[in-house]
Design a protein around this ligand. Structure first.
Ligand code: GLA
Length: 339
């Protein structure tokens, strides 16, 4: 029996920058998805989502498309085979403790755990982890129908304890940045509004970013000249402004962390949220209420995390603050692994 764990992630800052050639600062968390795999003597996958009490069965050769969690399992098996990994027939069972739709990337947790379990079941060497992240993102793009970038998969596969990862999405350079909270509380609170990528405004924002690039004759929004971007028609001007200012906030956060200035990190989280709400329009009323509740509890900063349109809110509270009862502490944990 093979067991593999894939973590979810929290993105400290740098939202909607990954598919725009920008910067982000995520970390893997200690919650995620655990997959158990047992080889079978037939070329089929029999999978069970233990939390949902649901099953799936499909042939390894040419799995048909499917919805929901089944799309992830079929997609991972098919993409691994397309990458030359001889995935054997297997019985898979998985369960997780990242709430689905929470914006903490239960989907990347599932993809990375499935990948590592099936690679181990094939007896194959583990490919380069950045290549594996790209493979997982093909699963999202081609099987699940979400045009997500690489943020979640890179965080899940390259996470490092006590560190956030500064990612440059043009070069895919990864720089670990120590995340020393010095007694401050970093927490997530669920807004209660579930988000999905395929069904939210996420794909619409991607289309708008493509329109920005076409209008300015650039490859990524992060290459835009701020003045030229300001002259674009509404709302493209604001979409571009979010990406450009958010990239700046990522490096400002790295500097503030290196200088131990957590007040400043809080201000940057606050500014990121305002930009996501006003310029990127990725917030919803339930998220606004959750941000307000964290601010009332004395947070130095609070912001929506992940794709938005629902999901969780991240808050940074000073050591003496009274942490709200529904807040869950988050800290950087180790990356996806075979257990
Ligand atoms: C989701 C996507 C990521 C990224 C974030 C927004 O989590 O999966 O690729 O685009 O939204 O930063």
């Amino acid at each position: 029996m093979i067991r593999a764990f894939g973590p979810g992630r929290v993105n400290l800052i740098g939202e909607h920058t990954d598919y725009n050639g920008g910067l982000a600062l995520p970390f893997a968390i200690d919650r995620g998805v655990t997959v158990e795999a047992e080889p079978l003597h037939e070329p089929v996958i029999r999978a069970e989502a233990l939390d949902l009490g649901e099953r799936d069965e499909f042939p390894l050769a040419d799995p048909p498309a499917a919805d929901g969690w089944r799309a992830f399992v079929r997609g991972v098996a098919a993409e691994l085979r397309a990458a030359g990994i001889d995935v054997p027939g297997a019985r898979l069972a998985f369960r997780g403790d990242v709430p689905r739709g929470s914006g903490l990337s239960s989907s990347a947790a599932l993809e990375t755990a499935l990948c590592l379990a099936l690679i181990a079941a094939a007896g194959a060497d583990e490919p380069d982890r950045t290549d594996l992240a790209k493979l997982c993102s093909r699963v999202e793009n081609h099987w699940v129908g979400a045009e997500t970038g690489l943020l979640d998969q890179l965080a899940s596969l390259h996470g490092r304890e006590h560190h956030a990862l500064r990612i440059d999405f043009v070069t895919l350079a990864l720089d670990p940045v120590p995340l020393d909270l010095a007694g401050w509380h970093l927490v997530t609170v669920e807004s209660g509004a579930e988000h999905t990528h395929a069904g939210s405004g996420y794909n619409e924002r991607r289309a708008e970013c493509r329109a920005v690039c076409e209008a300015l004759g650039i490859e990524h929004v992060s290459q835009a000249d701020a003045e030229a971007a300001a002259g674009l028609p509404e709302p493209l001007d604001r979409r571009a402004r979010h990406v450009l200012t958010e990239n700046g906030r990522v490096d400002a956060t790295v500097a503030a962390l290196r200088g131990g200035d957590l007040e400043e990190v809080g201000r940057l989280l606050e500014a990121s949220h305002a930009s996501l709400r006003d310029d990127y329009e990725a917030s919803v009323p339930a998220v606004e209420r959750t941000v307000a509740a964290l601010n009332d509890a004395g947070a130095a900063g609070a912001r929506m995390v992940g794709g938005g349109f629902g999901g969780s809110v991240l808050g940074l509270l000073p050591p003496d603050a009274r942490v709200p009862a529904d807040a869950v502490a988050v800290a950087p944990g180790p990356p996806a692994r075979v257990l």
